[in-house]
Design a protein around this ligand. Structure first.
Ligand code: SF4
Length: 289
């Protein structure tokens, strides 16, 4: 069972992002903390016993000090994960390569129309971003584990085989690829009619493409499997979990005591089991020490 040292806590270091995706499940409008407070909270997480931290958003790289926060976390001894659209990844790779264990980058389709439908016109070339990264990485002495993420919705459910074929032909092998059934959460709640898909259809398609691509590190999670299955810290340090179509507040990492933080997060075995099932792919790889 997960404990404080092996639970990955997602730190939304900003709720800002101007890419306007229809599927987004952040809570927009929460102000960024100062760098000093963010560093202090990373220290507190370490003192409480956490050893795995994810940097997410919003778009975390839109925060000017995001590299310093990751570097600080690695110096403390955290396993580090960054969830980003990847626009800056090649540019920042030299600094990230020694301090980042995992990066998660989205890819939902290989056609502009699909990317625009699921996300936004500003993301219509996201497959090109992924292609540039996976074409560049073989020459980069890369140590960072690469995880792709795909949100499966009405717009791409019948295109998954083509998408996987396309990625498979690129010259870098990714270490994990997670497919998520669309969740109507946060901003994405308003787009459910356009994007929501039936769970049975999702599972059928995932089993089909998995059988067609046995060499690819594919795994997936339904909306129900993701519900209650990750612990997130907002930019104001409120710790929350997705709960149905909303979030439930557990505690505040800045103001609450160690005891309150631990009991509110780890007091529910059902939630911990779901978090463990959702993050199994993390444990298949070694971390940068
Ligand atoms: S899904 Fe990610 S990239 Fe899209 S608007 Fe939300 S935070 Fe930005």
């Amino acid at each position: 069972m997960l404990n404080v040292s092996n639970l990955l806590l997602d730190f939304r270091i900003t709720s800002h992002c101007d890419l306007g995706c229809d599927l987004c499940f952040r809570n927009p409008g929460i102000l960024d903390s100062s760098k000093d407070k963010a560093l202090a909270v990373i220290d507190k997480m370490y003192d409480v016993g956490f050893r795995r931290i994810g940097f997410t958003g919003g778009e975390p790289t839109s925060r000017k000090d995001f590299l310093e926060l990751i570097e600080h976390a690695k110096q403390k001894g955290f396993m580090t994960y960054l969830s980003t659209v990847g626009h800056r990844f090649v540019m920042d790779h030299e600094r990230l390569n020694n301090v980042l264990d995992w990066v998660g980058i989205p890819i939902d389709g290989i056609k502009k129309e699909i990317n625009s439908t699921i996300r936004s016109d500003k993301m219509s070339n996201q497959h090109r971003v992924v292609k540039n990264i996976l074409t560049w990485l073989p020459q980069a002495s890369n140590k960072i584990n690469i995880k792709l993420t795909t949100v499966v919705s009405q717009a791409n459910i019948m295109e998954l085989h083509d998408l996987i074929n396309w990625v498979e032909a690129l010259p870098y092998n990714v270490q994990a690829w997670r497919f998520y059934q669309f969740c109507p959460l946060g901003v994405g709640k308003e787009k459910r009619e356009k994007l929501e898909i039936d769970t049975q259809l999702f599972l059928e398609q995932m089993n089909r493409v998995n059988a067609l691509h046995p060499e690819m590190p594919i795994s997936w999670a339904t909306f129900e499997e993701r519900d209650n299955a990750n612990v997130v810290m907002e930019p104001n340090f409120d710790v929350i979990i997705p709960d149905g179509e909303n979030y439930t507040l557990l505690c505040n990492m800045y103001t609450d005591s160690r005891e309150k933080i631990l009991s509110s997060i780890f007091g529910n075995n059902h939630v911990m089991q779901k978090c463990e099932n959702n993050r199994f792919w993390l444990d298949n790889r070694e971390f940068i020490s």
